[in-house]
Design a protein around this ligand. Structure first.
Ligand code: URA
Length: 187
C-alpha cells in the first residue's frame, strides 16, 4: 500500500509537470491559478467536473463556488465530506468567461487526468456533467445515462449531472440528489 504522503507527492509532481510542459498556454495566460484537484489521496471516490470557474481560479481549489457549495451539501447528504473524497476537473485552468472547454483543451489535459487516476486508483469515478462523461465514454448521453453505473477500463464510473445544472433547473436538483444516493453502494 502506497503511503498517503507518497501519493500526495506524486500528485504534486503531476501538477508541476502541467506547468513545466506548458499545457494549454493560452488558458494558462488568462488563468490566475492552476486548479489541479484536492482531497484524500487514499479516496475511494473521485469526482471529475468540467473546468474551474471564477472562484476556483481565484483560489486554486476545485468546486468552491456555488456549484461547490451544492456538491458539499450532496456529500454531507450521504455522510461524506471533502476529506473523504478527491475532487478535480478535466481542465485545470479556467476557460475565459467560463466558455465550454474546447476539444483540443480536453485532449491536452487528458494524460494528466490519467496520471492522477493512476496514483489515486479510486474504486469509483463520478463524472459531473456531459463534458466529463464524454471524455470517458464519447457516445454516452447524460440525459439517458445519469445515475446508471458504467464500466470504464478497470473502473466503475457513475455519470451524474453537473451540480451547476441544479442551479438552473429545479427538477435536475432532485435528480442529482437521487443519483447521489447510489454512491453509497460503492463505499
Ligand atoms: N465546475 C467544475 O466543473 N469544476 C470546478 O472546479 C468548478 C466548477
Amino acid at each position: 500500500m502506497v503511503r498517503k504522503e507518497d501519493k500526495q507527492k506524486q500528485l504534486d509532481q503531476i501538477a508541476a509537470e502541467i506547468i513545466k510542459n506548458n499545457v494549454c498556454p493560452d488558458l494558462a495566460k488568462t488563468a490566475k491559478h492552476l486548479v489541479f484537484g484536492e482531497g484524500n489521496p487514499n479516496a475511494k471516490i473521485i469526482f471529475i467536473g468540467e473546468a474551474p470557474g471564477r472562484h476556483e481560479d481565484e483560489t486554486g481549489r476545485p468546486f468552491v463556488g456555488v456549484s461547490g457549495k451544492f456538491l458539499d451539501e450532496l456529500l454531507t447528504g450521504i455522510g461524506l465530506d471533502r476529506r473523504d473524497v478527491y475532487i478535480t476537473s478535466i481542465l485545470k485552468y479556467r476557460p475565459p468567461n467560463n466558455r465550454d472547454p474546447k476539444l483540443e483543451e480536453k485532449i491536452e489535459f487528458w494524460p494528466y487526468l490519467q496520471a492522477q487516476l493512476e496514483v489515486l486508483r479510486p474504486h469509483l469515478i463520478v463524472t459531473l456533467g456531459r463534458h466529463s462523461l464524454n471524455c470517458f465514454l464519447p457516445k454516452a448521453t447524460i440525459g439517458t445515462m445519469h445515475g446508471q453505473p458504467q464500466q470504464w477500463q478497470s473502473y466503475a464510473l457513475l455519470p451524474l449531472y453537473h451540480p451547476a445544472a441544479a442551479l438552473y433547473t429545479r427538477a435536475v436538483r432532485q435528480t442529482i440528489i437521487d443519483d447521489f444516493a447510489l454512491i453509497k453502494t460503492f463505499k
